[in-house]
Design a protein around this ligand. Structure first.
Ligand code: PGA
Length: 243
């Protein structure tokens, strides 16, 4: 795992986007899996600017990291986020965008459908954020490291983060989501995990200085040479060393 220490949120977004951009520009038919959340909004701003400035995404296939269980057009869904922060703002569209459908009655069938698609499309790039409890995607603490795509129940801290991010009541906040498991996440040729803010400092410390354990989901990245963790000063504030 490589660590990249940066000043602030903007620099984190910039560095993350640079790695993504290189993949898009060097692969003939790039296949990428992207995430959502507060951490990633700056990244999408840069992506939209770049596409509207000529970055060619017409050969790029997009997957998503996860999707909440709930109606597709709710404010909190990955579907809504990716449209509002990316697809609705760009002049040209990617080749394909594969969403996970969290509105269906049979999540198992949806998981099987998406897993097949992922098998047919090895990813060049996987974007990630870090939960305050160390989760990646909805692989919450305790999820086995060999987990394949599954229906995850959220922990309280994740439910609270969702409420805050989308300014919605607890009753309206989804409590489950379909997520790529560690298996599919770690299959990507390059992985970028972006971390910003003081509220992530403890999770960052556990990720960087803690042991590799299923209680600390992101710690698995320590074993992956192709993973880059980009950490801003606030998130790094509890680390022993930042060089
Ligand atoms: P955030 O979420 O970017 O909204 O902090 C990250 C995550 O929980 O994966």
């Amino acid at each position: 795992m490589n660590t990249l220490f940066v000043k602030d949120y903007d620099e984190m977004s910039q560095k993350g986007f640079e790695i993504f951009r290189e993949v898009i520009e060097t692969k003939e038919n790039p296949i990428v899996s992207i995430n959502t959340g507060g951490t990633t909004r700056g990244f999408y701003k840069l992506l939209v600017e770049a596409v509207n400035d000529g970055l060619d995404i017409s050969n790029t296939t997009i997957f998503v990291l996860d999707e909440y269980i709930g109606p597709k057009n709710e404010v909190y869904t990955v579907y809504t986020y990716i449209h509002e922060n990316f697809l609705d703002l760009v002049d040209t569209q990617p080749k394909e965008v594969h969403f996970i459908d969290g509105s269906i009655d049979n999540p198992d069938a949806e998981i099987e459908r998406y897993k097949r698609l992922l098998d047919e499309h090895p990813r060049d790039f996987q974007l990630l954020g870090l939960g305050t409890n160390g989760h990646i995607g909805a692989n919450e603490p305790g999820t086995p490291f060999d987990a394949e795509m599954f229906l995850a129940q959220h922990t309280d801290s994740t439910i609270e983060s969702t409420m805050k991010e989308y300014d919605i009541s607890r009753e309206k906040t989804p409590t489950a989501m379909i997520t790529l498991g560690f298996k599919e996440i770690l299959e990507a040729e390059k992985i970028v995990l972006m971390i910003s803010g003081e509220h992530k400092a403890e999770a960052t410390k556990t990720l960087i200085e803690g042991e590799v354990t299923e209680n600390n989901p992101a710690s698995i990245l320590q074993q992956y040479e192709n993973a880059t963790v980009i950490i801003d000063e606030e998130a790094a504030s509890m680390l022993e060393k930042t060089q």
